[in-house]
Design a protein around this ligand. Structure first.
Ligand code: HDE
Length: 719
């Protein structure tokens, strides 16, 4: 029997653990009706060994609720992670749009931002090769504004009518539901090979943008052209950009595959841990503004969502920043139930006639009706507007609001005419009065028909490293395709983008670039139209190269190592001083250090001190870190040499171009890797390997400098 004192201490410990949960603060367990439960462990039976009784309303309520815990997952973007934060406008923002949340640089507008993959199911891996959703809900004083974008500035298709086809093609194939969260299969490439308009987006999706290092290191884009309306009621076309403070970075494909096995929650965990540790991710919101008078001054159509506006033509003006500083309290209630909608706008923002955007305006309410089950989804706490909501919409499933009074119609006299309409001067929304004079037609504008110039601009703007990654990605994906005709058709389309690209991909597939390109069936446009025959092979774009399209050359990247994760590979006998001094240097730059040991608990250092282990080597791999340090300590190096996993850890870090440092006896461990002997002493540092046979202050400095570059790409090209 426990002594009373022990019992009290035990329950105090549990209460301490539970102090951050509402239900842990000394509440009784109850049914949904508030009845206090006396026994939550046993069902009601006829005798302790007898059958259960149907009368057991407590069991029935608990199990019924459980049976209904799942709701339909999102048809696309099912896998996601989110965080709360705020948006703060810069003083210049007010001149561009009359939107209330852009007027006051001292005000903070709450936001909830959800990042996602597109194709995978809710439980799929974060590291799938896929576009990422980047959806921001602004809780403004004038109502909800949702900026529902992606981490890629263009889209696969030009018209909403093709969206169900695109998604059917990319989702697991219908007969066997294979493969999960992957575009590398026949139906996807069959569709793409018949849709030349997708070629620009294919470049982005096959680039490393589709395997980000972190949600915190992704750009975001509104994709479509929207409108900003200023205080003088003038309209500008606008493209939205989110630029991450931590730079735009990716992992490499082999790493992505291994992360998926090691930690399928890699991005979710990364976002969560960064915020928990106080390292709040931050983005700058920028806009490209185009006066109405310039609408037709580009070689592409501003309404075509497969085109971007090169930053060299129209610069991105920063107008505010977003900081994510709070993790959700409950995944389901917030991240799962949040309902975004590109049609949620506020005065000062309006739509363009982009036919993809126009289709989205219908889809998002419709999908919430089947996913959240009621037109009252706006009443869920995460979706609720902070500006008061008054209208005559009534009833429906799960209605929360208890509306009072008799008048639920407008106009009324019985309700005193309330709620009444707001004048524009009072903040009432009024759609931008755009002149439309046209025939009702079902057709694609001929200004949408150059599908290749911007695809080529993207490919040409990449560094050789990035081009190689893109070529490898296409080789990988198309090698998984089982139907030879699809591969050939794809290589044909790629040759319309870039001959070197097509040749390299074809070589990897063991086929030739077709001489006469097969005309895509249906061509994504009306059956009576000619489509590709009219297209210039490589039409001129005024911009030949755009460095902002490359992640490596991206002018917005800095050399910060804030929140980067460094693995210290250690075992018993490690030199405690070596750990302390390197750790101090890294922490001073905002990096995170994790001690990887050969057990799950403690290391005994060479001076006898005890060092807490963060991860057992058994459970991690270098793909989960940004760089590796092997501290000094003879005993430690000798123990690690016998661990196959430790050598693999280093080999992988090398393969994935990550900086590696080793001090004194730690350098010995590197002699057992498969890369060290390929490097001369002179070129080690060039390839991001920093070793020091003695204690050396400069080691940390060099290591940090290399980490600031993200990866040592010279390894891929140089050896
Ligand atoms: Fe979406 N999209 N989409 N989409 N989309 C959804 O809405 C749809 C498109 C995007 O974190 C769905 O609530 C159509 C472009 C994001 O909750 C659905 C078309 C872009 C998210 C839907 C598009 C996006 C969605 C599924 C073509 C980039 C996740 C669940 C006309 C600008 C939001 C839901 C979140 C989600 C339909 C095209 C981004 C079914 C019909 C282009 C980031 O309504």
């Amino acid at each position: 029997m426990l002594e009373k004192k022990d019992q009290q201490e035990g329950s105090k410990k549990i209460q301490d653990l539970a102090k951050d949960t509402k239900d842990g603060s000394g509440q009784f367990l109850t049914t949904n009706q508030g009845l206090k439960i006396n026994d939550d462990n046993n069902s009601l039976k006829a005798g302790s060994r007898g059958p259960s009784l149907l009368e057991d309303f407590i069991l029935r309520e608990k199990i019924t609720h459980f049976d209904h815990e799942r709701i339909p997952e999102r048809i696309v973007h099912a896998r996601g992670s989110a965080a709360h934060g705020y948006f703060q406008a810069y003083p210049n923002a007010a001149q561009y749009s009359k939107a209330g949340f852009l007027q006051n640089a001292d005000a903070k507008t709450p936001v909830f931002t959800r990042f996602s993959t597109v194709a995978g199911f809710r439980g799929s891996t974060d590291l799938a090769r896929d576009v990422r959703g980047f959806a921001v809900k602004f809780y403004t004083e004038e109502g909800i504004f949702d900026l529902v974008g992606n981490n890629v500035p263009v889209f696969f298709i030009q018209d909403a009518a093709k969206f169900p086809d695109l998604i059917h093609a990319v989702k697991p194939e219908p007969h066997n539901e294979i493969p999960q969260a992957a575009s590398a299969h026949d139906t996807f490439w069959d569709f793409i090979s018949l849709m030349p308009e997708s070629m620009h987006m294919v470049m982005w999706a096959m680039s490393d943008r589709a395997i980000p290092r972190s949600y915190r290191m992704m750009e975001g884009f509104g994709v479509h052209t929207f409108r900003f309306i200023n205080k003088n009621e003038e309209s500008h076309f606008v493209k939205f950009h989110w630029k991450p403070k931590l730079g735009t970075h990716a992992v490499v494909w082999d790493e992505a595959v291994k992360i998926s096995g090691n930690d399928p929650d890699f991005h979710r965990r990364d976002l969560w841990e960064a915020i928990e540790s106080g390292s709040f991710p931050e983005w700058e919101l920028g806009v490209q503004l185009i006066p109405e008078s310039d609408e037709h001054n580009f070689d592409f159509d501003l309404l075509d969502p497969t085109k971007l506006v090169p930053e060299e033509l129209v610069p991105v003006i920063p107008i505010g920043k977003m900081v994510l500083d709070r993790n959700p309290d409950n995944f389901f209630a917030e991240t799962e139930q949040v309902a975004f909608h590109p049609g949620h706008i506020v005065p000062g923002i309006d739509f363009s006639n982009d036919p993809l955007l126009q289709g989205r305006l219908f889809s998002y309410t419709d999908t919430q009706l089947s996913r959240l089950g009621t037109p009252n989804f706006h009443e869920l706490p995460i979706n609720r507007s902070v500006s008061p909501m008054h209208n005559n919409q009534r009833d429906g499933q799960m209605r929360q609001e208890i509306n009072k009074g008799r008048a639920s119609y407008f106009p009324n006299s019985l309700g005193g005419g309330c709620p009444y309409q707001a004048k524009i001067a009072e903040g009432g929304f009024s759609t931008y009065s755009e002149r439309i004079d046209a025939n009702k037609v079902r057709e694609r504008s001929s200004s949408f028909s150059d599908h290749f110039s911007q695809a080529r601009l993207f490919f040409d703007s990449q560094t050789p490293t990035e081009q190689n990654h893109l070529i490898s990605a296409l080789r990988f994906e198309l090698s998984k395709v089982e139907t030879p005709e699809i591969r050939t058709r794809m290589v044909g389309l790629l040759s319309m983008v870039s001959d070197p690209l097509a040749k390299q991909v074809a070589k990897g597939l063991g086929i030739a670039v077709p001489e006469n390109i097969e005309r895509p069936i249906n061509k994504g446009i009306g059956a009576d139209d000619l489509g590709m025959e009219n297209e210039p092979k490589q039409a001129a774009v005024p911009v030949a190269l755009s460095p902002t399209l490359s992640m490596i050359k991206n002018p917005n990247n800095t050399d910060t190592i804030e929140s980067r994760k460094v693995a210290f590979l250690c075992s018993d006998g490690v030199d405690a001083d070596s750990i302390t001094s390197m750790k101090k240097a890294l922490l001073s730059k905002g990096a995170t250090v994790k001690i990887i040991g050969t057990n799950a608990t403690m290391l005994t250092a060479s001076d006898g001190s005890q060092i807490t282990i963060d991860h057992n080597l058994l459970t991690v791999s270098s793909v989960l870190f940004d760089s590796v340090f092997v501290p000094a300590g003879k005993g430690s190096a000798e123990m690690l040499r016998k661990e196959e996993k430790a050598i693999e850890f280093l080999n992988d870090a090398y393969k994935h171009c990550k900086p590696i440092a080793a001090e004194k006896e730690g350098t010995e461990l590197l002699n057992h890797t498969n890369f060290i002997h390929k490097l001369s002493d002179a070129n080690r540092e060039l390839y991001g390997i920093f070793t020091s046979e003695m204690k050396n202050e400069n080691l940390a400095h060099q290591f940090i400098g290399a980490m600031g570059k993200h990866r040592i790409w010279s390894r891929e090209s140089g050896l």
